[in-house]
Design a protein around this ligand. Structure first.
Ligand code: UDP
Ligand code: MG
Length: 326
């Protein structure tokens, strides 16, 4: 069988309500992508769903051989699910897409057209976001702008993981095996010819977001620490500031003593101690974040564990697929 031209990678975590509609929209889309014809595949990654998602997906794969399934042994998170899908996708162009239909499948047609024009990465920029809380929109807007100034890597603003990657980009992505993965940052870092398409983000088809605040914070921390050492450098600046304040306080205390002969104020002492210890605590925390990550990386554990695969053959796991070789 010739390799497919177009692969879709779809991470799934507890999406039983959406899967039938997703299936319908995919069939509708995939019949009609110009120049692809029947040469497409969909790699579903079941990220340890606790509802009937896996059952439904297995049902779909038995009826449609171009639907493939990788099922994790437990929940490894969105970014790992994307990674496992990209590791197995064998198309010339690989599109990562959410299952909840917030990323409208129809945009894939436009992405594929840009790919045919010679672009290696086509990322989808959100113009509008329907059905999301103002809090999510605000934190997302701040986050993407903050990331840009903080990391030096030119990560496009308002862009999620909805994007197309060419085969060469996929090969590089497969070689990047870090644990705290911020996939969209990695793709930006890889380079090649990148271009944006714009779309309106829909509301979730059903169910609720799998990214509660706690997960968003972890996600932001992974993003910043994997692309930036600025937080580490903050130690230097805080140190300099604390030093200057200490010198100022010292001079003031000396002058006070000379002029009025009083014992230097208790308040001064308290402020100095408080400032010094808070700066130290903060920086210990920052160091901890990085040291923790070093620890995770040197353990060299596989990024995810596959419990079951359907419709996938060993040829789909090309040599660059490190995790199945290890
Ligand atoms: N997802 C996943 N593993 C997780 C959390 C989410 O595979 O641990 C999937 C989820 O099923 C969806 C996509 O990742 O297809 C994006 O998740 P969600 O829609 O909840 O995120 P949001 O759009 O709210 O940022
Ligand atoms: Mg969503």
């Amino acid at each position: 069988m010739t390799p497919p031209q177009l692969s879709l990678v779809i991470p799934i975590f507890n999406e039983e309500e959406t899967i039938p509609e997703l299936d319908r929209r995919l069939k509708q889309l995939l019949g009609g992508v110009p120049e692809v014809g029947d040469a497409w595949e969909v790699v579903f990654v079941d990220d340890g769903s606790r509802d009937r998602s896996r059952e439904l997906l297995i049902g779909l794969t038995t009826r449609e051989p171009r639907y493939k399934l990788v099922a994790f042994s437990r929940n490894f998170g969105h970014q790992m699910a994307i990674t496992a899908g990209v590791d197995r996708a064998s198309g010339d162009a690989v599109v990562v897409m959410d299952a909840d239909l917030q990323d409208p499948p129809e945009v894939v047609v436009e992405m594929f057209a840009r790919f045919r024009e010679g672009y290696d990465v086509v990322y989808a920029v959100r113009r509008k976001r329907h059905g999301e809380t103002w809090f999510k929109k605000l934190t997302a807007a701040l986050f993407y702008r903050f990331m840009r100034t903080m990391t030096g890597v030119d990560i496009p603003v308002d862009t999620g993981d909805f994007r197309l990657m060419s085969r060469p980009v996929v090969a590089v992505m497969r070689a990047l095996r870090e644990h705290h993965r911020f996939v969209r940052g990695l793709v930006a870092w890889v380079g090649f010819r990148q271009v944006a398409v714009h779309y309106d983000r829909e509301a979730r088809f059903a169910g609720e977001t799998k990214y509660p605040l706690k997960r968003m914070i972890r996600f932001a921390l992974d993003a910043i620490t994997s692309f930036s050492v600025v937080p580490l450098r903050m130690a230097t600046w805080l140190g300099v500031m604390a030093g200057l304040i200490a010198v100022g306080t010292g001079i003031w205390a000396a002058v006070e003593k000379l002029l009025s002969g009083t014992v230097p104020g208790w308040t001064t002492l308290m402020v100095a101690v408080a400032f010094g210890s808070s700066a130290q605590l903060l920086m210990t925390g920052v160091l901890g974040e990085y040291v923790g990550r070093i620890y995770e990386e040197i353990k060299r554990r596989p990024l995810y564990i596959v419990e079951r695969e359907v419709n996938l053959t060993p040829s789909d796991a090309r040599p660059e697929n490190v995790d199945s070789a290890r």
